[in-house]
Design a protein around this ligand. Structure first.
Ligand code: ZN
Length: 243
């Protein structure tokens, strides 16, 4: 995993991502920034972060969805449901495809040294155990060091790890780990609140419960005052924002 946060600028982006964006920097898309670009790119830097997985076969997924629904006793031959397998395949494909984005970071010229927190980022993910969605919001914050990040990109990082088969605990940690590695801030904190349809609709059938997970790095973990401030800023925040 790379810890460099300014690997190029607009003209010489590198690509991070593929099936496991958290751990891969594929050099395939670029020969890398020149020395001059690398030096100039310190002020504003972009890193292309890949979208969904390669090798998806939507036609096969649609056919399989038809077989699946039919095996469960649903009729998919009627006019109203004839398109259901196609819609189902596309819905799942969308839920498993984060949008590609450019991770934009800037030099922290003003020396801003307090918390930056984006509250209430809405997300939908897919529980890898039941293939049912879990939906909620994430609060993402960091304590800047040398670089700051475009705010909307924090929401994109949530989507990057939400749109894949997941468990909430891992997703929370992946968002925090990824930001810690890419941005090298003094601290990172991520709080995720979600409702799991696998719990609401089946099994325990406990509607209205939410699961809260938290991942902290650096000073947000080690410094009690900093941790308290972050948790106070994220406590009970649930108003969704749009990226
Ligand atoms: Zn589940």
């Amino acid at each position: 995993m790379g810890t460099d946060t300014s690997t190029g600028r607009a003209g010489a982006r590198r690509r991070a991502g593929g099936p496991e964006p958290a751990v891969q920097d594929s050099p395939s898309r670029s020969s890398g920034p020149t020395r001059a670009a690398r030096a100039a790119g310190r002020r504003e830097a972009e890193l292309r972060v890949a979208g969904g997985p390669a090798g998806r076969d939507l036609a096969a997924a649609e056919q399989a969805a038809g077989v699946f629904l039919t095996a469960l006793g649903l009729s998919v031959g009627q006019q109203a449901t004839a398109d259901t397998p196609r819609r189902m395949a596309r819905a799942y494909a969308e839920l498993l495809s984060p949008r590609e984005f450019d991770l934009t970071t800037f030099a922290n010229d003003e020396g801003y040294d307090q918390l930056v927190v984006l509250q209430g980022v809405p997300f939908a993910s897919l529980c890898e155990h039941q293939a049912l969605p879990f939906v909620g919001t994430a609060d993402v914050g960091y304590l800047p060091a040398g670089r700051i990040i475009g705010l909307s990109k924090l929401a994109r990082v949530v989507e990057l790890f939400a749109h894949r088969p997941q468990v909430q605990e891992r997703m929370t940690k992946q968002v925090a780990d990824w930001l810690a590695a890419r941005l090298a801030p003094k601290g990172v904190g991520v709080v995720v609140r979600a409702e799991h349809l696998c719990m609401r609709l089946r099994g325990a059938q406990v509607a209205g419960t939410s699961t809260v997970t938290c991942a902290l790095h650096g000073q947000l973990l080690a410094d009690g005052r900093c941790r308290e401030e972050f948790l106070a800023l994220t406590r009970g925040s649930s108003a969704p924002v749009r990226s």
